[in-house]
Design a protein around this ligand. Structure first.
Ligand SMILES: [Zn+2]
Length: 178
């Protein structure tokens, strides 16, 4: 039911009509930052003019692999972490996580991540096509975790308090030394 899905999708992030996008984890950085080390596999498939799509696919695979690792870690932590790990796990298994190369337009806003209550999560690998908004792999993973937490705890996005609540829960599950 595409119509229903779309209306559900609007609940989370796309509903922003004012201000910056609610679920943006990576803010465009003022100056280029050094790129995070990239996997050999990804470097090996850097865009040759012939195969930009292959590079996109490799970048997407890298994110999906990193997310799968996070699921194990989050489950081991239990509690809230396990709760949103289950959402992540389900979305991964159903191939409902889509890694887009850059941010995309939602109405008048640009989104870097977006989720539906049905477990579909879209995330931008990088912020823009000019390479000033490169996101580290961890930033992308963090962004997906944020969306999964919205779903797991049924917290709509859009208000500062809700975003704070989601950030707190995800932050607690990302702290080391627990
Ligand atoms: Zn959010």
């Amino acid at each position: 039911m595409p119509g229903l899905r779309w209306s559900v999708r609007l609940i989370w992030c796309a509903a922003m009509s004012v201000g910056f996008v609610g679920c943006v984890r990576a803010k465009p950085k003022p100056a280029p930052v050094p790129e995070a080390p990239r996997s050999k596999e990804l470097v090996a498939s850097e865009p040759s003019a012939a195969c930009a799509a292959c590079a996109e696919q490799a970048a997407s695979n890298e994110v999906i692999r990193a997310l799968a690792q996070r699921v194990s870690d989050l489950k081991a932590r239990g509690g809230d972490c396990q709760a949103y790990a289950s959402v992540l796990e389900g979305s991964l298994a159903a191939r409902r996580i889509v890694v887009r190369p850059y941010m995309w337009r939602v109405g008048t806003q640009l989104a870097s991540a977006q989720a539906t209550s049905t477990g579909e999560i879209d995330v931008a690998r990088d912020v823009d096509a000019l390479n000033v908004g490169r996101r580290s792999l961890d930033e992308v993973v963090h962004s997906v975790e944020h969306e999964a937490a919205h779903i797991a705890f049924a917290i709509p996005s859009g208000t500062g308090w809700n975003e704070l609540l989601v950030d707190e829960r995800v932050g607690g599950c990302r702290r080391t030394g627990l």
